[in-house]
Design a protein around this ligand. Structure first.
Ligand SMILES: [Zn+2]
Length: 106
């Protein structure tokens, strides 16, 4: 398995793969996206202050005939107005229906 292949999976363009594991034949891919300035959806100010991270597990695809799980480390930002919101990404929009979220892993 090579990291470069990951970038060709639909919905994963622009993500940063940090680790790949093979767990009993299931491929686990750990990804995150770059930290950047976001506009607060509440007050429209800009912020890049990280509030926390949540790991989102996405079961969804067969990749070269292998069962694949994506573990997306989703960042949340905090605005000075008190609003907290998730970063923009292409992963969740595409795979939202089959994804499961659980508690933060810092
Ligand atoms: Zn705000």
């Amino acid at each position: 398995m090579h990291m470069n292949f990951i970038m060709n999976i639909p919905g994963l363009k622009g993500v940063i793969p940090t680790r790949i594991e093979d767990v009993g034949g299931v491929i686990r891919i750990y990804v995150e996206v770059e930290r950047k300035v976001h506009r607060c959806p509440s007050c429209q100010n800009r912020t890049s202050r990280v509030h926390d991270y949540r790991i989102q597990k996405i079961h969804h695809l067969k990749w070269f005939e292998r069962q694949t799980q994506i573990f997306y480390k989703r960042r949340r930002y905090a605005c000075s107005c008190g609003k907290r919101f998730s970063e923009k990404n292409s992963i969740v929009q595409r795979y939202q229906r089959t994804s499961i979220e659980w508690n933060q892993a810092s």
